[in-house]
Design a binder for this molecule. Structure first.
Ligand SMILES: N[C@@H](CCC(=O)N[C@@H](CS)C(=O)NCC(=O)O)C(=O)O
Length: 200
């Protein structure tokens, strides 16, 4: 595979870099921070956001979609449940859940903390967003009481996708008391290729 990853750190690009490292794939890395919203980046991601990738010359965006495409292209590595299997349905469930019930709240808070111009920020959204994140993270905490990983009893790309959002919440102080989530993240930090930024 001929892979180019447009990335910047720290950002959701780290999901893609972690997946590439777990799969042992070579890739060209383009540090794209100066390219944010440029016409050049919009050829790969019409939003001009990161991450974005080209895989064998074809553009692909959305961090989860990039990770899944890479893992699916290498079934022999066992990093993702096979399409059509029940484990794959669970993978889809946790991926959608992560993006909708965890990450969307964090991103909305980020926009109102440091992305929007100061005069457009609404401080009042931060607390309710945190509460909504906690609802989702509590569901994951319950699941992790009986499992070390989210799908199939082993590490998979599902963990890469979900843990990024959980760790983002942890760094924002939103996982206090969610011991299973914090233990899960602590275990993932031990993986040699882990790209999660640990809380200070
Ligand atoms: N859902 C997208 C989110 C992409 C995204 O918003 N990336 C941020 C960096 S983490 C970005 O490009 N921000 C610049 C902006 O929103 O203009 C994904 O997971 O790839």
């Amino acid at each position: 595979m001929d892979i180019t990853l447009y990335e910047t750190s720290p950002s959701r690009s780290l999901r893609c870099r972690w997946t590439l490292l777990e799969l042992g794939l070579d890739y060209e890395s383009i540090e794209a921070r100066p390219l944010f919203h440029s016409d050049e980046l919009k050829l790969v991601n019409p939003m001009g956001k990161l991450p974005a990738a080209t895989i064998d010359g074809r553009p692909l965006f959305e961090s989860a979609a990039i990770c899944i495409a890479l893992a699916d292209a290498h079934p022999e590595k066992g990093l993702i449940a096979q399409p059509g299997s029940w484990d794959r349905a669970l993978h889809d469930q946790w991926t959608c859940f992560t993006l909708a019930e965890l990450e969307a709240w964090l991103w909305h808070s980020a926009k109102h903390t440091f992305i929007y111009p100061e005069e457009e920020r609404i401080a009042e959204v931060i607390a309710p967003n945190g509460q909504e994140f906690r609802k989702g993270a509590t569901v994951m905490n319950d699941v992790l009481m009986d499992a070390d990983h989210l799908v199939g009893g082993a590490f998979s790309v599902t963990d890469i996708i979900a843990s990024f959002a959980l760790n983002w919440g942890r760094r924002a102080g939103l996982t206090d008391g969610l011991d299973e989530v914090n233990g899960y993240l602590d275990r993932l930090y031990q993986r040699p290729h882990c790209q999660l930024v640990q809380p200070e």
